[in-house]
Design a protein around this ligand. Structure first.
Ligand SMILES: Cc1cc2nc3c(=O)[nH]c(=O)nc-3n(C[C@H](O)[C@H](O)[C@H](O)COP(=O)(O)OP(=O)(O)OC[C@H]3O[C@@H](n4cnc5c(N)ncnc54)[C@H](O)[C@@H]3O)c2cc1C
Ligand code: SF4
Length: 351
């Protein structure tokens, strides 16, 4: 690992100033992704500014009924928060479907959002990769890409974003609060991550030195129900092949509010806007859910070895929506959501 300096930030302002002065400085949250990348030589900062002890470690009510999640709240604490479990089960389920208990105890809200792709070429500095070394090429296209994108990819990069939490937050219309050299700003979670286009080196719209301080959730409609379903190669400790976060409100026999986000399929949490359009105002039915999923996936452009993700995403969307439409008690968020790729989609899920 390349030698680097370490400092623990005393406050947000000085942390931001340190990054402003040094283009090679980075923030450190729980370190569960950044430190791995430093060991691999993928990240080579001169200065690491530890922000994990800044006073953003609380989940607090917002005026109007929402919640503010501090950027240094650990993933375990967030998943266990009573207000999150009761009002946003999709978020607790997504968190518990990610990583392992030990990792979740360290991982922070801010760091989770900004974790980097698990594309094997990105993590191997002996190989070309446009994201790590712009202009060097994308060997994944013709190489190993089983777990890579089917939506929104570009000739330059077909990577996927790995976070489960971010997929739930995209479905919840979360807003990310940021402080930076240019002052504070709010970014919709669905706009935080970028599609790769011709510059895959940039994962998000954040500029160097911008610090995530919180994530805000608006209240959901009274009758809304939510759920996260993740399909992966193993029942735990594995990233999503495909995941679905859905928030649904059925009133008067029709879908009043429906918000769907997909994970494991794109360079960012993929908000399924076409599917939502097909569903909004319609009576819930399996046929309608299937039509909606197919409308969304019509734009899919799978590679040689990941075409299986198209029917998988369709089926996981339909199953998740059927569960939400059929089961008014969405159940506790406290158990591990997810299933193995080969098993029935309901395996091991929170009920
Ligand atoms: C074996 C393994 C399995 C895993 N499985 C899953 C999984 O199934 N699902 C899943 O979602 N995740 C999984 N993860 C990833 C894990 O969730 C992330 O490593 C973790 O969430 C990152 O959070 P952190 O606080 O440790 O971030 P760090 O590693 O500290 O930082 C990550 C990035 O965020 C930046 N950063 C940190 N805090 C801030 C801030 N406040 N403002 C601006 N920038 C900031 C850092 O500079 C860095 O670029 C797995 C990880 C491992 C090692
Ligand atoms: S898919 Fe993206 S991250 Fe993976 S090798 Fe290609 S450019 Fe690099």
């Amino acid at each position: 690992m390349r030698p680097f300096d370490y400092t623990r930030a005393q406050d947000a302002e000085s942390a931001i100033r340190l990054l402003e002065r040094n283009p090679s400085a980075v923030f450190l949250g729980g370190g569960t992704n950044l430190v791995d990348l430093m060991r691999l030589g993928v990240a080579t900062p001169e200065l690491v500014v530890d922000v994990a002890r800044l006073p953003y470690d609380r989940v607090e009510p917002l005026p109007g009924g929402g919640l503010r999640i501090g950027a240094t709240v650990r993933n375990s604490d967030l998943a266990a928060d009573p207000a999150v479990r009761a009002r946003y089960p999709v978020l607790a389920q997504a968190l518990l479907a990610g990583a392992s208990g030990q990792l979740r105890n360290l991982a922070t809200t801010g760091g989770n959002l900004l974790q980097r792709t698990r594309c094997a070429y990105f993590q191997d500095v002996t190989l070309p990769c446009n994201k790590r070394a712009p202009g060097s090429g994308c060997p994944a296209r013709d190489g190993y890409h089983t777990n890579l994108a089917i939506l929104g990819a570009s000739p330059a990069c077909v990577a996927t974003h790995p976070s489960d939490m971010a997929v739930a937050l995209a479905a919840l219309d979360a807003v990310v609060q940021v402080e930076g050299p240019g002052g504070p700003r709010a970014v919709r979670l669905r706009d935080l991550h970028r599609l790769p286009g011709d510059d895959p080196s940039r994962d998000t719209v954040l500029d160097h030195g911008e610090l995530i301080t919180a994530v805000d959730l608006s209240p959901l409609p009274d009758g809304a129900r939510s759920r996260y379903r993740k399909v992966r190669d193993r029942a735990s400790f594995a990233f999503a092949l495909v995941s679905v976060a859905a928030v649904v409100e059925v009133a008067g026999g029709v879908l009043q509010d429906v918000r769907i986000a997909l994970g494991g399929v794109a360079h960012k949490p993929w908000r399924a806007e076409r599917a939502e359009e097909v569903l909004r105002g319609a009576p819930p039915s399996e046929e309608r859910f299937r039509q909606a999923a197919e409308a969304e996936l019509a734009a899919a452009a799978p590679l040689r070895d990941n075409a299986f993700k198209v029917p998988l995403a369709r089926n996981v969307m339909v199953r998740t929506l059927l569960d939400l439409a059929a089961d008014p008690a969405e159940g506790p968020a406290g158990s591990q959501a997810g299933s193995q790729a080969g098993g029935p989609a309901g395996n091991g899920e929170a009920r």
